[in-house]
Design a protein around this ligand. Structure first.
Ligand code: TPP
Ligand code: MG
Length: 433
């Protein structure tokens, strides 16, 4: 049957409406299961129509709420629903107060790090690309908090948050942004290529979805070496459309590889909204069905929710050696990169503001911890001040560090050239052996 293509109108006003935030969270409300915490712990095998941890509100309520929001502001934000108590999930119930405060510290460190970087980028002191993760911090921090010491993670170019969350130092990361020789990639990688295999972090990749087969390789190695771990490969909502991701899903299912693909659905790939880039608009994770891969969706704004769902997915991957796709709704506050000249054209300021005020993962977590009385406002301010000071010191370090030497330009291109090891000569690499 012929399909009518409706192109976005040229009128700015209408265009803003057309490209408004996609309805990913609606997916989460699609099939509510009565006991989310348990459901999160035990995903239903080969029953992709059941989401792991849907938001609580019945479909009707969520839809009417979204409608109301659209009619008054012209923007679509995630449906606000009564949140389920993910704090009782097996992955959260035994968390110690110090761990919870630690998550807050990590999220604040990422945010302050990036704000420092933005300052110097805008002054022209820092160059290259700068893809900020502001607004998505809970996803990286939640993931790192679930890693068991044998899990491996890999992501795309929006990689600062994951790097700091796994324990990379602010100095080496900031110096990398300044292109200095003291940077984690010796100043030759920049923002998109943070890398720390010793911390089970495999970067930092600029080719959209290029990390998805590499992540599969990590999962293959984990299985081959009989390691009690899993691989987690992050990708964006845009990357899902790359053919290689489909190849990965097929191979992951065929070989029962222990990998969780986490789609960080922030609603946009560069300036293209999800509704303009995906024929399957309701859910990206649902595509996994075509490959007999388990899938689920969850909100990524609340750390408890993220940990409950991702924790279950990772545990399943480790225990059963099975792949899974988890789509997480999230939002980025800045443009695609700081150099994104169209940053203000494809979404309205009201939309961004709404996410900042209602869905900010740091604010949500702070409020949660205040409610639980595991932290005071004064302690939060102290942690934040420390994060700001650390980021400022890291910037100083980066600025005052030396440039890479001219001779080093030919180093770190081919592992085989730099390392005359057997692995280097045979091509049989397993992690950093
Ligand atoms: C193979 C390839 N095609 C195109 C690009 C240009 N590009 C860089 S980022 C991007 C959008 C990706 O969006 P998404 O996957 O949603 O990730 P996000 O930026 O939202 O984190 C595109 C098209 C690229 N880097 N690689
Ligand atoms: Mg995106």
């Amino acid at each position: 049957m012929a399909r009518t293509l409706s192109l976005p109108s040229k009128s700015k006003k209408t265009a803003a409406k057309k490209v408004a935030r996609p309805a990913a969270p609606k997916v989460a409300t699609k099939k509510a299961t009565p006991k989310p915490a348990q459901a999160a712990a035990k995903p239903v095998k080969k029953a992709p129509s059941k989401v792991l941890a849907p938001k609580a509100a019945p479909k009707k309520a969520a839809a009417s709420k979204g409608k109301a929001a659209a009619s008054t502001t012209g923007i679509a934000a995630p449906a606000k629903v009564a949140s389920l108590d993910f704090s009782k999930s097996p992955f959260n119930a035994s968390l110690k107060p110090a761990q919870k405060v630690g998550f807050l510290r990590e999220m604040l460190r990422i945010r302050r790090f990036e704000q420092q970087a933005l300052k110097y980028y805008n002054q022209g002191i820092m160059g290259g690309f700068l893809h900020l993760y502001n607004g998505q911090e809970s996803v990286a921090v939640g993931t790192a908090s679930l890693m068991n010491g044998h899990d491996e993670i890999i992501t795309a170019y929006r990689d600062h948050g994951h790097a700091l969350a796994v324990g990379m130092g602010m100095n080496e990361c900031m110096a990398e942004l300044f292109g200095k020789g003291t940077g984690c990639s010796k100043g030759k990688g920049g923002s998109m290529h943070f890398f720390a295999p010793d911390k089970h972090y495999w970067g930092g990749h600029g080719i959209v979805a290029g990390q998805t087969p590499l992540g599969l390789g990590l999962a293959f190695a984990i299985k081959y070496k009989k390691i009690n771990g899993c691989a987690v490969a992050f990708l964006g909502d845009g990357a899902v459309n790359q053919g290689v991701f489909s190849e990965c899903l097929n191979m992951a299912a065929l070989w029962d590889l222990p990998i969780v693909y986490v789609i960080e659905n922030n609603g946009y790939s560069m300036g293209t909204s999800l509704e303009r880039s995906s024929a399957v608009n309701g859910s990206l994770a649902k595509r996994a069905e075509g490959f007999c891969v388990e899938w689920a969706t969850c909100g990524g704004f609340d750390l408890y929710e993220l940990r409950a769902n991702l924790g279950a997915a990772m545990e399943r991957a480790r225990k059963e050696s099975k792949p899974m796709v988890l789509e997480v709704s999230t939002y980025r506050y800045y443009g695609h990169s700081v150099a994104d000249a169209n940053a203000k054209k494809y979404r309205s300021p009201e939309e961004i503001e709404r996410y900042k005020t209602e869905y900010d993962p740091i604010t949500i977590w702070q409020n949660q911890l205040l409610k639980e009385k595991v932290v005071t406002q004064a302690q939060i301010e102290k942690i934040d001040a420390e994060a700001k000071a650390e980021a400022a010191a890291a910037a100083e370090f980066g600025i005052s560090s030396p440039w890479p030497t001219e001779e080093s330009i030919f180093e770190d291109i081919y592992h085989e050239v730099d390392h005359k090891t057997e692995a280097g000569q045979t091509g049989r690499f397993f992690f950093s052996e």
